[in-house]
Design a protein around this ligand. Structure first.
Ligand code: NAD
Length: 325
């Protein structure tokens, strides 16, 4: 089977590309390398193409016999999306529409979409299940929710089969160290703590210490990227077996506070570093934790790796990325 992976030169897409190839799928990676890295494309065929180039996309789908699509390509910086919403709606929504048009023109009817817990907005209750109200508080989240609606409508009207996977906080790296997190700039917590542990950054900054949580810092649900990749394989099998569409949260159901993550990094790396306590950032909900029972029940998926393995694998990867080993 041939799977087309958009954004396969990025953090998560490259891990899923590895898993697919391990299982014998053939892959075509489509990425314009705007935020991706060719060094992360270690399997399959690479095509340098922007999803905004609709004509070329349509030709590509006509030329290859593609069985299903995994769609990771998007912009994903929340702060930037507030400053430049047009950029986000164009890339994330119009880019996806182009992709769907190309798929339908070639009779490809299966897609797995990278959605996010950002579509829920501020938690009304926790842990959040898939029925939680969807009121995203930034253009990034709204662009992803718009795509979820488009998929629903295309499914009803054109028979498209989709699975939307709503990721919580993805972290960690491949256990063999072949691919890992590589964002520029890096906004995610764990790589930023690792930079402080390495000494690339003078300190790690904690935004908000007066939340209504046990230690006053924000709580997030960290899911290992290898577990996340496995969920994509399960979702793909579901699409082929059931020929129906669905949405799933992907998280562990267990929250860790920023301070807990910092302490775990200190313990695992054996490094001490400065922690700067700052004010809250606007728009950061105190707690984001997934209820991921649905993925367990329907996909048979369950995360296997906890915070320690996330930090161990990310530490190995991150030191190499910074040229330290
Ligand atoms: N990393 C997380 O914690 C997280 C959480 C929730 C959702 N997501 C979603 O998962 C997906 C992957 O995230 P990631 O962390 O791997 O991001 P990433 O930036 O590492 O990867 C995205 C890839 O898409 C490519 N791309 C972007 N726009 C493109 C276009 N128009 N045409 C072709 N290629 C394009 C980039 O070059 C990059 O390689 C994104 O859709 C993101 O919104 C990520």
């Amino acid at each position: 089977m041939i799977i087309l992976i958009t954004g396969g030169a990025g953090y998560i897409g490259s891990q899923v590309n590895k898993e697919l190839n391990k299982l014998g799928y053939k892959t075509i990676v489509v990425d314009n390398l705007i935020n991706g890295h060719i060094e992360l494309v270690k399997w399959g065929t690479f095509i340098n193409l922007d999803l905004m180039e609709k004509k070329e996309l349509i030709e590509l789908f006509k030329a290859k016999k593609i069985d299903a699509v995994m769609h990771f390509a998007a912009f994903a910086y929340v702060g930037e999306s507030v400053l430049e919403p047009k950029k986000y709606y164009l890339n994330n929504v119009v880019g996806t529409l182009n992709l769907l048009e190309a798929m339908l023109s070639a009779g490809v009817d299966k897609i797995i979409f990278s959605s996010t817990c950002a579509i829920y907005g501020n938690p009304v209750y926790t842990p959040m299940d898939e029925d939680h109200p969807k009121e995203p508080i930034n253009p990034y989240g709204r662009s992803k929710l718009a795509v979820e609606h488009i998929l629903e409508d295309f499914s009803r009207a054109y028979g498209l089969k989709y699975v939307s996977l709503r990721y919580f906080n993805v972290a960690g790296a491949d256990f063999e160290g072949e691919v890992g997190e590589w964002h520029e700039p890096e906004t995610h917590l764990i790589p930023n703590i690792l930079d402080a542990a390495i000494g690339v950054k003078p300190y790690v900054e904690v935004f908000g210490t007066d939340y209504e949580t046990e230690d006053g810092t924000c709580i997030r649900d960290y899911i290992h990227v290898v577990d996340l990749a496995k969920a994509h394989i399960d979702a793909l099998e579901y699409l082929f077996e059931h020929e129906s569409s669905d949405v799933f949260n992907l998280g562990t159901g267990k929250g860790c506070s920023v301070m807990e993550v910092i302490e775990a990094v200190k313990r695992i790396t054996g490094k001490d570093f400065k922690v700067k306590l700052s004010d809250r950032r606007p728009g950061d909900p105190p707690i984001l934790v997934a209820k991921a029972e649905k993925a367990k029940q329907i996909l048979g998926w369950a995360p296997k790796h906890g915070l320690d393995e996330i930090i161990e694998t990310a530490w190995r990867w991150h030191r190499r990325l910074r040229g330290l080993c």
